[in-house]
Design a protein around this ligand. Structure first.
Ligand code: NDP
Length: 256
């Protein structure tokens, strides 16, 4: 028996159409899972699904979903069930940031970040719960951040939301353990993506600062998250719940 085998399993990856989400979606598909890519940008979603279907034909479908819209999230679960008959794995990866000092955020901006990064994780988990419970072996993988551990002068709502994701995950892990649902977090370090490319355009020395602070001596790539995601989505992690695993090349354990 291969404890990392995801054949017959069905996963939803929010924001699975690019960056870290696509790296995870690819890892899950390569391990045998069918993957539902849920995102807002149809062009990105179509391209991601085409790529995943090269891993295995019919490995993936795409759905237009804004995770901040409760009705669209409910529909995402219904459509997954209709297409694949079940849901085993939910990866809550969709996320945004708005870069400002704390005193400069409007309440609307603050809410937009927290709604997307934290409240939507709750909404997706709640919507998925009946299906995860029904399979008898559900897996939730939430995506936190180094900002789940550290404060950030220019990303207060982002850090608050990502810290919240860690605590939300612990609560789900406890509450849904009797249903044999495991809920865990991945805390990515600095990973090449649209989000960090944007950050690098605001902060010219960011690339070098991250490099200097990361013991592995490199930035991460979306594919670096795949192994941990497959572990947390597979029977290999059946006795692991409520934890947050940094995947950061050692960034979080190095004294500055
Ligand atoms: P990207 O900007 O490439 O990806 C973000 C994804 O989230 C996109 O696919 C986007 O899809 C989706 N998304 C955003 N808002 C919504 C929404 N309302 N509804 C549905 N989908 C949405 O960045 P990353 O890949 O870097 O980020 C992925 C996750 O990883 C985020 O949660 C981020 O906070 C986290 N992270 C990233 C790190 C990094 O270094 N890159 C480090 C730590 C954490 P669409 O374009 O279709 O809207």
């Amino acid at each position: 028996m291969n404890p990392f085998d995801l054949r017959e399993k069905v996963a939803i990856v929010t924001g699975g159409n690019g960056g870290i989400g696509l790296g995870i979606a690819r890892g899950l598909a390569e391990a045998g899972a069918s993957v539902v890519v849920a995102g807002r940008n149809r062009e990105k979603t179509d391209a991601a699904v085409r790529g995943l279907n090269e891993v295995r034909s019919d490995a993936a479908i795409g759905l237009d979903v804004d995770v901040t819209d409760e009705a669209q999230v409910a529909e995402m679960v219904v459509r997954t069930r209709e297409r694949f008959g079940r849901l085993d794995i939910l990866v809550n990866n969709a996320g945004i940031g708005i870069r400002k000092r704390p005193e400069e955020y409007s309440l609307e901006e603050y809410r937009k970040v927290v709604d997307t990064n934290l409240t939507a994780v709750f909404v997706c988990c709640q919507a998925a719960y009946p299906e995860l419970k029904r399979t008898g072996a559900g897996k939730i993988v939430n995506i936190g951040s180094m900002a789940s551990l550290f404060g950030h002068t220019f990303a207060l709502p982002y850090a608050a939301s990502k810290g919240g994701v860690v605590q939300l995950t612990k609560s789900l892990a406890i509450a849904w353990a009797p249903d044999n649902i495991q809920a865990n977090c991945i805390l990515p370090g600095w990973i090449e993506s649209d989000m960090t490319r944007a950050a690098r355009s605001y902060i010219p020395d960011l690339f070098d600062r991250v490099l200097a602070r990361t013991p592995a001596g490199r930035w991460g790539e979306p594919a670096d998250l795949a192994g941990t995601a497959v572990f947390l989505a597979s029977p290999a992690s059946d006795f692991v719940t409520g934890v947050s695993i940094p995947v950061d090349g050692g960034y979080a354990v190095q004294m500055p």
